[in-house]
Design a protein around this ligand. Structure first.
Ligand SMILES: Cc1cc2nc3c(=O)[nH]c(=O)nc-3n(C[C@H](O)[C@H](O)[C@H](O)COP(=O)(O)OP(=O)(O)OC[C@H]3O[C@@H](n4cnc5c(N)ncnc54)[C@H](O)[C@@H]3O)c2cc1C
Length: 711
């Protein structure tokens, strides 16, 4: 059965399923597959105590789900799952409409039981790790830091904390008789106070501290009416299919095989990956599912902290406990590192030919300026190329009473595999052409091209895309008033959601005078609304070299509407008319290309402050390493503005400030200037007095990147 398979949660089982499909694309079920996770990275639990101890840094223990999904041909949605409507086959998400599915697999882990308010639960891990970072500042405090829970997680965590905070007073609070005596001895050696509490009584226990007191599956699983055990874990058959729920699977800490229950542990989540993948594949082919019988017990290696002779670990096999011994620690480290190495891009693509060309998407998929201008010339439309405005007044309506009605159109092949976010980004990108003219968007029409797929998948992609477009338009008071759909004639490789192409016309009117693009005045300050670098970041992401956190930052910036900035600028412009002289938005031609479009008056040039131009995290280092968007080489023709041939002075004088001329940083800056932007910044040219008002009204929002000077 094809359709839409949703993988809820990027836990260990799902990460390994994706790895399998990345390495063997022929095994991936056909149709659309989407992974939903609350963040773009998943932590490998086996190395978490090492991270707490400071032995590893976060990157070493994080699986980059965006890259993994990309390699596996799976769409990625980053959002918090809030609930499940099984009868309607809908997954409810926090920040957007629900996601429909035909099959669902759950691997969302568990959450720590919070029976002691004031203490931080260890699960979910991310907030617990942040809490520990805040606690670093309190290392010298006299109040002991408490870890509550005598299980393996509690023991390993408190020993890791000893290494993190060698001097801080630490206490392990457990039930009477816990933990086992070898662990208590280790505690003693590490100077950790052990405090057994009768009947696990937590009254009067105050923070700061961490709760490692056992866990339950997230409550929304039981609330969805799924069959659960006493800890809220979803009960499954040996096929990992949920009892009486065909097409629904559960693994890892959030699931339990009714006939073979195993404790919540990463080991079992890892082991379940293969049978889960096989059964998801079998289901897609209409074949019978296969039962999996997990072995009775699994080996566990547990870090036991730093001893005089170095790091050591214990090995546990059922009731048998061996160690602590340095050799066991080396073994554990080697196994953990080998696990993480499996997710390296090179490992996953070994022996696999990359068939698709590495062409950039988003705004970087535009035609370069030179062929565009030549084509316009030969079609008798030269003025569109030589004097372009960001939006054009609609001719028939121009001379009516009131402000002109402006129109613009923009769009591109999907930049990301999440159709809702992609719709939102395209609508924000198209709107910025009107914002750059001082106009609010009032209406839009969309042409949406969908990939060849089942009608139900096309419907899903279309409805998610439309919802994303609405999320960008409606807060502006704008409406989507019509459009058309097309079906692509060429086949799209997975994920199908990357085959969506959206183009939008946007219409609107300026509240006061239209902001022209090329009316810079000598003495103006040039203000940029946000950092550059989306082109290179997404180019590097395709090559697998951009970090997950940098892409998260870039996407968060891009998904933030600049409409509130427009409203504030409009208000300032109305109260102080005449101070805002020119504006544009930075898109496909990069900062320098669009600045060139502003410089049509020969009596004005621009001094650009090279070391003040803001860049997104990692953009400069990626440019320095030689990454570039596929549109960047064509955009480099704008460098002529910096150094024109002949007698004419340069229309743009690049002032390097702290950057040494001819240095690698200088070359990187030149590349940043031509990096094509999707949902890029607004650039305004304003009088110094108006610039002061802008900074006052929107502190820290705008960066002064240069000034206009008389030639
Ligand atoms: C300190 C500590 C040390 C441990 N050490 C070990 C060890 O050495 N070996 C071992 O086998 N086990 C260990 N464990 C247990 C281990 O962490 C878990 O058993 C394991 O992570 C379970 O894997 P999973 O695939 O079920 O889910 P997880 O690894 O917890 O992954 C679940 C994923 O789902 C996402 N998610 C959850 N809820 C939502 C939501 N509502 N919306 C969107 N996304 C969501 C999460 O962000 C996460 O990426 C340890 C646990 C702790 C606390």
């Amino acid at each position: 059965m094809n359709g839409h398979l949703v993988l809820a949660g990027g836990g260990h089982s799902h990460a390994l399923v994706l790895r399998r499909w990345a390495m063997h694309p022929q095994r991936r079920p056909p149709g659309l597959i989407t992974l939903v996770n609350r963040s773009s990275q998943a932590l490998y639990s086996g190395m978490v105590p090492g991270l707490i101890a400071g032995i590893y840094c976060p990157d070493q223990i994080s699986i980059d789900l965006r890259q993994l999904a990309d390699q596996a041909g799976v769409a990625l949605v980053i959002d918090e799952i809030e609930g499940l409507d099984w009868p309607q086959r809908m997954l409810r998400l926090a920040g957007r409409p629900p996601v429909p599915f035909t099959q669902l697999s759950l691997d969302v882990g568990c959450v720590t039981r919070t029976d002691a308010p004031g203490l931080q639960p260890i699960k979910p891990l991310e907030p617990a790790l942040q809490f520990l970072q805040h606690q670093d500042a309190a290392e010298q405090q006299a109040i002991p830091f408490q870890v509550v829970g005598g299980g393996l997680a509690g023991v390993e965590t408190v020993l890791a904390l000893r290494r993190r905070w060698p001097k801080r007073s630490l206490m392990l609070r457990t039930r009477e008789g816990h933990p086992q005596s070898p662990f208590r001895k280790a505690m003693n050696r590490a100077g950790i106070t052990h405090c057994p509490t009768p009947d696990a009584d937590m009254t009067g226990v105050r923070g700061p501290g961490l709760l490692c007191t056992g866990s339950d599956a997230p409550a929304w699983l039981a609330e969805a009416g799924l069959p659960v055990d006493g800890r809220g874990r979803v009960r499954t058959a040996r096929t990992l299919e949920v009892l009486d729920h065909p097409g629904l699977f559960a693994t890892g800490d959030c699931g339990v095989i009714d006939a073979d229950p195993r404790p919540a542990s990463g080991v079992w989540a890892v082991r379940a990956a293969r049978p889960l993948a096989r059964n998801l594949e079998a289901l897609s082919r209409g074949e019978p599912l296969r039962a999996w019988r997990p072995q009775r017990r699994a080996l566990q290696l547990l870090g036991s902290g730093r001893q005089p002779h170095g790091n050591t670990a214990w090995a546990l096999w059922g009731p048998l406990l061996i160690g602590p011994h340095p050799w066991l620690w080396h073994w554990k480290q080697a196994l953990d590192r080998r696990f993480m190495a499996m997710f390296k891009r090179q490992t996953m693509t070994q022996g696999r030919q990359r068939t698709t060309a590495m062409l950039c998407r988003g705004c970087a998929a535009k035609l370069p300026a030179a062929p565009l201008e030549a084509a316009l010339r030969s079609a008798g439309l030269e003025r569109l190329g030589t004097a372009p405005e960001d939006a054009a007044p609609i001719p028939g309506l121009k001379d009516c009473q009131g402000p002109p009605v402006l129109q613009s159109v923009d769009g591109f092949p999907a930049l990301i595999s999440d159709p809702w976010l992609n719709g939102r980004l395209t609508a924000l990108h198209a709107s910025s052409d009107l914002w750059a003219c001082g106009a609010t968007v009032q209406s839009a029409q969309a042409v949406i091209t969908l990939p060849q797929a089942d009608a139900s998948v096309q419907q899903l992609l279309l409805s998610q895309t439309l919802a994303g477009i609405r999320s960008a338009l409606e807060p502006q008071g704008a409406q989507l008033i019509g459009g058309h759909t097309l079906e692509a004639r060429e086949l799209c490789s997975a994920p199908l959601s990357l085959g969506v192409q959206v183009a939008l016309t946007v219409n609107g009117t300026p509240t006061a005078a239209l902001w022209p693009k090329a009316a810079l005045q000598a003495g103006d300050q040039l203000l940029l609304s946000r950092g550059l670098g989306t082109g290179v970041l997404f180019a590097a992401a395709m090559a697998g070299t951009a970090s997950a956190s940098s892409l998260d930052t870039a996407l968060a910036q891009m998904a933030t509407s600049q409409h509130p900035l427009l409203r504030q600028l409009q208000a300032l412009d109305q109260r102080h008319p005449g101070g805002l002289h020119a504006a544009t938005d930075i898109t496909g031609f990069g900062l320098l290309g669009h600045l060139g479009e502003m410089l049509r008056r020969p009596e004005v040039r621009v001094d650009l402050l090279g070391d003040r131009i803001p860049a997104l995290p990692e953009a400069l280092s990626l440019l320095a390493a030689g990454h570039a968007s596929s549109l960047a080489p064509a955009n480099r023709r704008a460098w002529r503005l910096l150094d024109p041939e002949g007698e004419r002075p340069a229309p743009v004088q690049l002032q390097l400030g702290t950057i040494a001329a001819g240095s690698a940083d200088h070359r990187t800056l030149l590349e940043l200037l031509v990096d094509p932007q999707t949902c890029g910044p607004l650039l305004i040219s304003v009088s110094p007095a108006f610039a002061g008002l802008v900074h006052q009204a929107m502190p820290h929002q705008w960066t002064a990147i240069g000034s206009a000077q008389a030639c």
